[in-house]
Write a protein that binds this ligand. Structure first.
Ligand code: APR
Length: 232
C-alpha cells in the first residue's frame, strides 16, 4: 500500500461528463434562473415550490446519470491509498457513492435527503417528481427542504472539520472539476499548500487555484484522473 497521504476535492465538473450541468458553466441556467438565485434561503422562503421544481429537475437528471471514468478513477485512487485517502466533495448528487467511493465527506449535503423546517426530521426522499410541491414532512406535515447547503449557510460542522484536518496533513491535495470560487471549500487547497502539500488541479479551464497549483492537468475529469493515477 502507498504511504502517500492524499485528499481530493471535487466539484460539479466531475459530474458534467455524466450529463449533469455545472452551476456556473453552459447549461447552468434553468428557466433563466442562475443557481445563485435559487439555492438560497431567501429564494426558498419566497417561493419554495419554484426552488423544489428546480431540485426535482436536477434530481431527474441525476437519476438518469451514471458515474463516469472520473468517479471510477477516484475509487481506484482510494484503493491505492487506502486509509491515507479522503474524498471531499461539494457535489450533492451521490455519484461518488454510486461509483463505489467509501472514504468521503459531503460538504454541501445530499440532494436525495430532505429536512423538515418544523420538526427537524431528516430522511431519504428519492422522488424525481411530485404533483404536490413543496413536499410536506412525512412525520409532521411541515414544510421540507432539500438537505443541501445553500449560499450563505454554514457547512456541516463535522464534515468541514474532517476536510480541514486532511487538507492540513496531506502530502498531495487534488482539486477536480471545481471553479474554486465557493468558500469555505475553496480555502482547502490553500490550507494544504501552506502546510507543504503539493497541489494538483484537474480542470479544462483556468481557475483562481491555477496560480498556486504545483501540477495542472488541463483535461476533463475522466482523462485527468487517469493521468493522475499514472503519475502516482
Ligand atoms: N471535468 C473537469 N472539470 C470540468 C469539466 C469536466 N468535464 N467540465 C467543467 N469543468 C469545470 C469548470 O471549468 C468549472 O471550473 O468544473 C467547474 C464547475 O464549476 P461550478 O459550476 O462553479 O461548480 P462547483 O465548483 O462545484 O461549485 C461549487 O457552488 O453552486 C454552489 O453548492 C454549489 O457545490 C456547488 C458550489
Amino acid at each position: 500500500m502507498n504511504s502517500l497521504k492524499g485528499a481530493v476535492l471535487t466539484g460539479a465538473g466531475i459530474s458534467a461528463e455524466s450529463g449533469i450541468p455545472t452551476f456556473r458553466g453552459d447549461g447552468g441556467l434553468w428557466r433563466n434562473f442562475r443557481a445563485e438565485e435559487l439555492a438560497t434561503p431567501t429564494a426558498f422562503k419566497k417561493n419554495p415550490a419554484l426552488v423544489w421544481e428546480w431540485y426535482m429537475w436536477r434530481r431527474s437528471l441525476i437519476a438518469k446519470a451514471k458515474p463516469n471514468e472520473g468517479h471510477l478513477g477516484l475509487v481506484e485512487l482510494e484503493e491505492k491509498l487506502g486509509d491515507n485517502f479522503l474524498l471531499i466533495t461539494q457535489n450533492v448528487d451521490g455519484l461518488h457513492q454510486r461509483a463505489g467511493s467509501k472514504r468521503l465527506v459531503e460538504l454541501h449535503g445530499n440532494i436525495w435527503r430532505v429536512r423538515c423546517l418544523s420538526c427537524g426530521a431528516v430522511y431519504q426522499d428519492e422522488r424525481v417528481q411530485s404533483e404536490d410541491l413543496p413536499p410536506s414532512c412525512r412525520e409532521c406535515g411541515g414544510l421540507v427542504r432539500p438537505d443541501v447547503v445553500w449560499f450563505g449557510e454554514a457547512l456541516p460542522e463535522e464534515a468541514l472539520k474532517t476536510a480541514i484536518l486532511w487538507a492540513s496533513s496531506c502530502d498531495i491535495f487534488v482539486s477536480v472539476g471545481t471553479s474554486a470560487l465557493v468558500y469555505p471549500a475553496a480555502q482547502l487547497p490553500y490550507i494544504a499548500k501552506e502546510k507543504g502539500a503539493k497541489v494538483v488541479e484537474i480542470n479544462p479551464e483556468e481557475t483562481p487555484l491555477s496560480k498556486i497549483a504545483d501540477i495542472i492537468i488541463r483535461e476533463p475529469a475522466s482523462k485527468g484522473v487517469r493521468k493522475l493515477l499514472q503519475m502516482l
